[in-house]
Design a protein around this ligand. Structure first.
Ligand SMILES: [Zn+2]
Length: 467
């Protein structure tokens, strides 16, 4: 499977649904996995590679190594997960620098990671060292292949460590001057060129054991000991390791340029508070929904939510009689319906404060956000339907939709040029649930379409290309 997964990344592939992880799902119908969880799992994966460096260290024959493999004491803390819906960024009409300039979040203290499915590289770091660090990772195209999902998580953790390695001044080991004597260069081989010529004495980067790669005559990767597992090589070996010199370089980078990226940790993994909320919420008679999405809080074992009304512009003062605290709750923060225990009134401003703690690793950490409320529109809005479509689509059109309430649904497909309408779902009463609708549309011309759904009187639209 490894071969298929790593090879498939260069092929064309279908994006299903939203084209990336979202706040609520994996983007193609799985509501049990979302972008917050993805971020947490990758950080945990990358941290475990850092934590077990001693066990992972593979010594290459012929090199001189210190007797005790080094420990790597760096760990990452997830400080937030943000979702942007921006075609120019998604399709790289903007350069990476422009994307970072637009979405940079605390870039001098926090390393920003952009999950960009359409990037041309598995990973791409902002530079070697530097005081504004960020990197891009592709990730999603691997995840969406069902057979590659477990592998893709390992791979993402590895890309994180490799790219962060670059931002902490590490260079590739196999063929360039990386300023480290304990990272062996790749084994020497003689490369057969595309035109059948021979380049003698090249340094091999052995991604995997493969005796079938030709040499003229020396082959690059025909013996197991030639396969590296250094973090700064390209290799499919999991997990991988750092040498003493690489760890020293990381530490000196973090003592200089990178110093602002160090946050206290007491020798353990502290928790980090983060949540997403909308800027404003409708307050209706019976159906008010004010959800705090705290899935991106990291490594917490207990949490506490405080709510109070404030005067706009004066977030430090709670208005008297409006303060509420949940008290310490056990477990991790998930999606929490605040309206179930706090009586929000329309046309007010509220301060929402989340504090998390890890009982094995103080201190606690707090994140707060101001939200607004508005009076209920008529008719009451329904936050109860999500629509996803395979895009682009061929002869078969697949539609995924979720309803959290029952209601009347109709879905049509409209050709954007001719206006021709094809009925996908005639008006039908559906119950709450997740659905898949497949339909042969082989008779339709290629081109640009809009999927239009009407659920409980609300319109939902998605564009999709027929090829
Ligand atoms: Zn690299």
């Amino acid at each position: 499977m490894d071969d298929a997964c790593s090879a498939a990344i260069n092929d064309g592939f279908l994006y299903m649904g939203s084209g990336n992880f979202t706040e609520t799902s994996d983007g193609f119908g799985n509501n049990n996995y979302n972008g917050y969880q993805r971020a947490e799992e990758i950080i945990i994966k990358a941290n475990s590679e850092l934590a077990n460096n001693i066990d992972q260290w593979r010594k290459t024959p012929g090199e001189s190594y210190p007797p005790t493999p080094p420990q790597n004491n760096i760990r990452y803390i997830l400080s937030g997960v943000y979702f942007h819906r921006d075609d120019d960024a998604y399709y790289h009409t903007l350069t990476r620098n422009q994307i970072h300039a637009k979405y940079n979040i605390d870039g001098n203290d926090v390393l920003d990671v952009y999950h960009a499915p359409k990037d041309g590289f598995d990973g791409f770091a902002s530079g070697f060292g530097g005081s504004n660090k960020y990197f891009f990772i592709r990730d999603y195209p691997l995840y969406i292949q069902p057979a590659c999902q477990n592998w893709s998580l390992e791979f993402a953790g590895k890309v994180y460590n490799h790219e962060i390695g670059h931002t902490l001044s590490l260079r590739h080991t196999w063929n360039e001057q990386d300023a480290c004597n304990d990272t062996p260069l790749g084994f020497i081989y003689d490369r057969v060129t595309n035109t059948g010529g021979c380049l003698m004495n090249q340094y091999a980067n052995c991604y995997r054991f493969d005796p079938n790669i030709p040499g003229c005559p020396r082959k690059p990767c025909d013996e197991q000991h030639k396969i590296t597992n250094n973090v700064m090589d390209y290799t499919e070996q999991f997990p991988r390791a750092y040498t003493q010199c690489q760890i020293n370089r990381i530490n000196s980078e973090l003592a200089g340029n990178g110093n602002t990226y160090i946050h206290s940790c007491n020798g353990c993994m502290p928790s980090q508070a983060f949540f997403h909320m909308n800027k404003s919420y409708w307050i209706c008679e019976n159906t008010s929904s004010v959800v705090l999405n705290g899935l991106a809080s990291f490594n917490e074992t207990i949490y506490l939510i405080e709510i109070c009304e404030i005067v706009p512009g004066q977030p430090s003062n709670c208005m008297s009689g409006t303060y509420y605290s949940t008290g310490w709750m056990t477990g991790t923060v998930g999606r929490i319906e605040l309206a179930s225990f706090y009586n929000f009134l329309p046309d007010k401003s509220y301060k929402i404060t989340l504090t998390v703690d890890n009982e094995d690793c103080p201190p606690s950490h707090t994140f707060e956000q101001i939200i607004g409320t508005k009076g209920c529109p008529v008719p009451e809005p329904c936050v109860c339907f999500e629509l996803m479509a395979v895009n682009p689509f061929g002869d078969e059109f697949s539609l995924y939709y979720d309803a959290t309430e029952s209601g009347l649904l109709e879905v049509v497909l409209v050709n954007q040029v001719s206006g021709q309408v094809t009925q996908l779902i005639s008006p039908t009463q559906i119950s709450a649930g997740s659905y898949i609708h497949r339909q042969n549309v082989g008779h339709l011309p290629t081109g640009s379409y809009v999927v239009l759904a009407n659920f409980k009187g609300e319109q939902y639209a998605k564009t999709a290309i027929r090829f």
